[in-house]
Design a protein. Structure first.
Length: 431
């Protein structure tokens, strides 16, 4: 057992999980309050002013659970913690989302991040022209300050979330509402897969570990803020978590379909798909995983290729690689960005480091493919973390992927009958 595993295990199980719950909600309340007071982005400030109250309420509820833990154990158990988590997500993500969507529908133009507008415009173009993408000439014809919004740097499936806006202009057609609905449904499917009643109790994951994984994908501020103000990453993340849950219950074909759906939305799911294919190969099911993991994203590209191949290439390849008419504003001060902008030939150095990490992970997969869903989640989490830190152009919000994947890993571990239910990370030591 590594020192990190021992530390996480002790922290996660302290006071039956309530100690970490208290820290999560208290620190999140502080983060939301600071965001409300200092953020330069109006949607973020609006989120913080509402979410701070939600996190504070959750903090007070956990304090109450701690005080009653000895006298009323039922109020401090996992079901009660699930209830607090649900309330926290409703007040820190869903409520701000609905409020901002309603304000935007009534005329406020500062209640959504740019990706919301981009996805909705893509949906409207898909409905009208059969492709979500504008060609280079059409983007060049836009006013200079609107060209960035003319790009759709997503896979074609993301435009489906913008289709409701093509039908009506109302709060409920805001793409964030549909991001939230799909995220909730997919996470529910992931939890149901892990808690499937047909599995022997000794092979089910620890309930507390599943709860902690869901918290990481919902109430963690980077996730709640992203869903309320932008939201396009959350369905992608949820589908990746579902794919890993299906891998944990040995359903490789279904796991491939889930991660393939994620890959049809955004490129961030493609590394997860690759690692899952290697996991499937250890079960002689690599082809079954690959059919969904690679087949669905490629199939989603076909209509856009047939309608306007050049527009697809401009949006999905040239723009993300920095060769579009405008430059992506995604520039967080991570090592890759600092190296690219602060050193002579920095972009080459950053790209070389990124490629080196990719090669190292590839060699690891070839020599030691992951044999468990836990190992798969850990490789995906650490790999994406390294990539995000080293990419010259990235966003702070992308950290939601590795954080959620790493915390999700213990939820994928089968619990031997002799292991205490307060030890959800035991399997991490074997990964």
């Amino acid at each position: 057992m590594t020192a990190a595993s021992r530390t996480w295990r002790a922290l996660d199980s302290a006071a039956g999980g309530l100690a970490l719950d208290l820290g999560l909600y208290a620190l999140s309340a502080a983060f939301a309050a600071i965001t409300a007071a200092t953020s330069t982005l109006p949607p973020h400030r609006a989120w913080g002013s509402v979410a701070a109250i939600g996190y504070l309420l959750a903090t007070l509820l956990v304090v109450g659970q701690l005080l009653l833990r000895g006298r009323r154990p039922g109020l401090a158990g996992v079901p009660a913690r699930w209830a607090v988590t649900g309330l926290a997500w409703a007040t820190t993500a869903l409520l701000p989302l609905v409020l901002q969507s309603a304000q935007r529908a009534s005329g406020r133009t500062d209640r959504a991040q740019e990706e919301v507008v981009v996805v909705e415009h893509a949906g409207i173009r898909l409905a009208d022209h059969g492709t979500p993408y504008l060609g280079q000439d059409a983007i060049a014809a836009l006013p200079p300050d609107e060209r960035l919004l003319g790009y759709t740097p997503y896979q074609p499936g993301m435009a489906l979330f913008g289709l409701p806006r093509a039908a009506a202009d109302a709060w409920w057609t805001d793409s964030r509402v549909w991001f939230a609905l799909v995220t909730a449904l997919v996470l529910a499917l992931a939890v149901a897969a892990l808690r499937r009643t047909g599995r022997p109790s000794a092979t089910r994951p620890d309930a507390a570990a599943v709860l902690r994984g869901v918290q990481a994908a919902t109430v963690l501020p980077v996730c709640a803020l992203t869903l309320a103000t932008g939201g396009d990453d959350l369905p992608v993340l949820a589908l990746c978590l579902l794919a890993l849950a299906l891998a944990a219950v040995d359903r490789p074909g279904a796991a491939g379909v889930a991660v393939g759906l994620a890959g049809a939305l955004k490129l961030f799911a493609w590394p997860v798909a690759l690692v899952l294919i290697f996991w499937g190969a250890t079960r002689r099911a690599g082809l079954r995983v690959a059919l969904g993991a690679l087949g669905l994203p490629l199939l989603a590209l076909v209509p856009a290729l047939l309608v306007d191949r050049d527009a697809l290439v401009e949006n999905v390849l040239r723009f993300p690689l920095g060769h579009g008419l405008v430059t992506s504003p995604a520039q967080s001060p991570f090592p890759g960005h600092l190296i690219a902008t602060g050193l002579p030939g920095g972009r080459v150095v950053a790209a070389t480091l990124l490629v080196a990490v990719g090669v190292a992970i590839g060699l690891r997969l070839l020599r030691h493919p992951p044999g468990t869903a836990v190992a798969t989640a850990l490789i995906c989490g650490y790999g994406l973390l390294a990539a995000i830190l080293l990419m010259p152009t990235t966003r702070f919000g992308y950290l939601l992927y590795p954080l959620a994947l790493l915390v999700w890993a213990p939820a994928l571990a089968a619990r031997p009958a002799t292991v205490s239910p307060e030890s959800p990370t035991r399997a991490l030591n074997r990964a």
